[in-house]
Design a protein around this ligand. Structure first.
Ligand code: CMX
Length: 441
């Protein structure tokens, strides 16, 4: 057994035993109550899922296995620059331990060995018009690799359920290893006339992705990709892409199919597609205002006109967070540390000063602060990637780390088919009538 698999097996077995004991003693303990507002309101805050790799606090932001983003930027092994290596994050999500330099090097090598993308994937992608949305191409690319799923083939041969986690682990490692090449291939065929850049096996996973994208050969861009891939990886289990992954995986559909579903969720503008919407909105604003250096007053007017036309301000608000997103702040720190004097980055920072009070003034927005998507596009533009319809693919490559680690956990812990309850109008009316009777009596 490889060292990461061995460590994950030990860790997940101990958590599994803990859960068994916990359920034996406290299985009936109430952890939550659901009100009618939540039934109709997208199940906000309802506790109904176990997701070991990360936990989101409304004020503090995300913690990966207990570590905040600033802590991870300090503690995880770094590449050539001073940003954490995504390999280290994946190791942490499976084991709960900060890896050593040796551990991440081993993982980097593993992913290189597993990175060959099946020929059929390129052939399938080539059948699509080059202007097909990159997320559509990404989802098709992922499903085209499904025939190499260890889980699917071992299941078909009658795999013992105690081995599910092992097969998911193998698929997770293969998929993560291949995704940078698939993503870069889509980018180059869509926006660079199919002039592809071959992988550089001397580079780590994130740097190699930067290299294959080819918009900037700078070390800074490679560092940015390492940071980007680390901070977008996971955001506990209830967000749409993670939850979709969890739900599909619970049917024992293999990781390729589950991940393709997760990416369909990520492609919605209220979720991951917001990163493209932010830059599109900024570009439209600058074109309308005929300047690359708008004043705060000009931005405020544009924000108000967006709201007046019944649209949201992309990159602002969150279903859980109630403070500026630490992932936004991490990107701001990156720009400051690298002294990026960039018009679009400066516009993003000005928007950050202007938007929160306006959203607060509406009196209904629960979180007026920026989320991760408010900043990411401006950094990509700085390093030459202006084709914003591609941005969500990058989010997706990163999100693979979190949701695939979580799927290893789900199968190791023997999580069952997910099946919450829904109700209809007839049920609600009867329920309310019964309640009224109880109150009157
Ligand atoms: N601009 C304008 N109005 C907003 C808003 C924004 N950025 N954020 C929330 N609101 C509005 C909602 O549309 C809602 O209005 P109605 O009652 O008229 O329908 C009201 O404020 C209350 O919403 P909320 O409880 O504060 O927020 P939700 O939990 O319902 O939604 C989110 C969260 C992210 C979908 C929402 O804030 C939004 O649409 N933001 C813009 C899109 C975005 O940036 N998405 C990315 C999120 C991060 C990610 O997943 O990548």
């Amino acid at each position: 057994m490889d060292p990461l698999k061995q460590k994950f097996f030990e860790k997940s077995t101990s958590v599994k035993n803990e859960i068994k004991e916990l359920l034996k003693e406290h299985g009936d303990l109430k952890v939550d109550e659901v009100n009618l507002g939540q039934v109709f309101g997208g199940a906000r805050d309802v506790i109904m899922m176990f997701w070991e790799p990360s936990l989101l606090d409304a004020n503090e932001g995300i913690r990966f296995m207990g570590y905040s983003i600033p802590e991870l930027r300090e503690k995880l092994p770094q590449g050539k620059g001073n940003e954490p290596l995504p390999e280290g994050l994946f190791w942490l999500l499976l084991t709960g331990e900060i890896p050593t330099e040796e551990n991440v090097q081993w993982l980097s090598e593993q992913w290189k060995h597993r990175s060959k993308v099946p020929e059929q994937t390129f052939k399938v992608l080539e059948q699509l018009p080059a202007d097909t949305h990159p997320m559509t191409q990404f989802i098709i690319g992922i499903t085209s690799m499904q025939s190499s799923s260890h889980f699917a083939s071992r299941y078909a041969k009658g795999m013992n359920k105690l081995e599910y986690w092992d097969a998911v682990y193998e698929d997770a490692m293969d998929l993560i290893a291949r995704l940078p090449r698939v993503a870069a291939y889509i980018y180059r065929r869509s926006f660079h006339n199919g002039k592809h850049i071959q992988p550089d096996i001397s580079l780590d996973w994130g740097a190699n992705l930067a290299h294959m994208l080819g918009t900037s050969s700078s070390e800074e861009f490679k560092n940015l990709m390492c940071l980007y891939m680390t901070i977008h990886a996971d955001h506990e289990g209830g967000n749409a892409s993670a939850h979709t992954m969890h739900l599909i995986g619970s049917t024992l559909a293999d990781p390729y199919l589950s991940f393709a579903g997760a990416m369909s969720s990520l492609a919605g503008p209220l979720h991951g597609l917001a990163n493209q919407e932010v830059i599109k909105w900024i570009f439209d604003m600058l074109e309308t205002l005929e300047t690359r250096k708008p004043t705060k007053e000009q931005i405020a007017d544009y924000v108000r006109s967006t709201l007046a036309s019944g649209k949201v301000i992309p990159g602002y608000g969150h279903a859980v967070l109630r403070q500026p997103d630490p992932r936004f702040i991490a990107q701001q720190r990156f720009a400051e540390r690298n002294k990026l004097d960039d018009d679009i980055v400066n516009v993003v920072w000005k928007i950050y000063e202007v938007v929160p009070p306006i959203l607060q003034g509406l009196g209904k927005v629960k979180n007026p602060w920026p989320n991760v998507d408010a900043h990411s596009g401006s950094l990509l533009v700085h390093y030459g990637m202006t084709e914003y319809s591609f941005y969500t693919v990058l989010f997706g490559v990163s999100r693979a780390l979190g949701v695939l680690a979580a799927q290893c956990w789900s199968r190791a812990l023997g999580m069952p088919l997910e099946r919450p309850k829904s109700v209809n109008m007839h049920w609600l009316k009867e329920f309310l009538a019964e309640k009224k009777e109880v109150v009157l009596n």
